[in-house]
Design a protein around this ligand. Structure first.
Ligand SMILES: [Zn+2]
Length: 271
């Protein structure tokens, strides 16, 4: 009898992840990064490198500090409509971000969000060639599914959405991998006087044992590793060629397939 296998688990055998994605690098990022950290929530901050250090924008030192816990990501050096630029210039915008941000992050910057949410097929191909592994759009889905193509990663909702209602719908889902993915701009909390509302929301959703709090890139890395798992034809063995542990469901039971290892699933299930 062939085992029932599903690629439907996050790290630790969890089903749900929360991730945050905030653009433009205004000074309110510092407060928002701290708020997330207080409740154990991880986020990704997308920067326009040409604006860093200008009045009302974060400084190098602040980016370094935010990056110690959260993810530092790109957003186009000068915040252009990337899809309206010649492709080499659009690539330059992202390479400029990488060159500026990577020394602050202390690691390669492999992700971004599209300024104004604007993209095209040609642009996606070019940005992949510039080292990008994901890019967030501004198309709110009110859903929680993983994207087929991470270069077109549609978020769940904007920060101004009826988040409590969405959260309840998300939290009630028990099957399959689900990601609650919020995006926005930290300065909007100042503008709309909505910090207290956001803090109440973070308090509600943070610190839960059944949720994986991850940066955008951590989700991409895990899902990429999961999609690379090889199964033997009889489904008895799973091989994980990646550098991350992956959990898969065998007969409804989460089984850890350690990085670089082969696991006998039948043995794991039958003991
Ligand atoms: Zn922006």
């Amino acid at each position: 009898m062939k085992m029932k296998i599903a690629f439907d688990c996050l790290p630790g055998g969890l089903r749900k992840a929360v991730t945050m994605s905030f653009d433009d690098g205004k000074l309110a990022d510092v407060r928002l990064a701290e708020l997330f950290r207080k409740y154990g929530i991880k986020g990704t901050f997308h920067y326009n490198s040409a604006n860093v250090g200008k009045e009302t924008y974060v400084t190098d030192a602040q980016i370094r500090e935010i990056g110690a816990y959260h993810e530092i990501s790109a957003h186009g050096a000068t915040h252009p409509f990337l899809d309206r630029l010649p492709v080499p210039v659009a690539m330059q915008e992202i390479m400029d971000d990488r060159r500026y941000l990577e020394p602050l992050a202390g690691k390669p910057v492999r992700g971004m969000s599209y300024p104004y949410g604007a993209y095209s097929e040609e642009l996606k191909t070019a940005l992949r060639a510039a080292g990008m592994e994901y890019s967030r759009t501004i198309k709110n889905t009110s859903e929680f599914d993983l994207p087929q193509d991470f270069m077109e990663w549609h978020p769940t909702c904007h920060q101004s959405h009826d988040i409590d209602g969405l959260w309840q719908r998300f939290y009630n889902k028990k099957k399959h991998i689900r990601v609650f993915y919020m995006w926005g701009h930290s300065y909007e909390f100042d503008r709309d006087d909505s910090w207290a509302r956001m803090e109440a929301f973070c308090e509600k959703i943070g610190g839960r044992e059944d949720i994986w709090y991850a940066t955008n890139q951590e989700i991409v890395d895990y899902v990429t590793a999961m999609r690379r798992i090889s199964l033997s034809a009889d489904r008895a063995y799973a091989y994980n060629p990646s550098a991350l542990d992956v959990w898969i469901l065998a007969e409804e039971k989460p089984v850890r397939v350690p990085a670089g290892k082969t696991v006998n699933l039948e043995k794991e299930i039958n003991g």
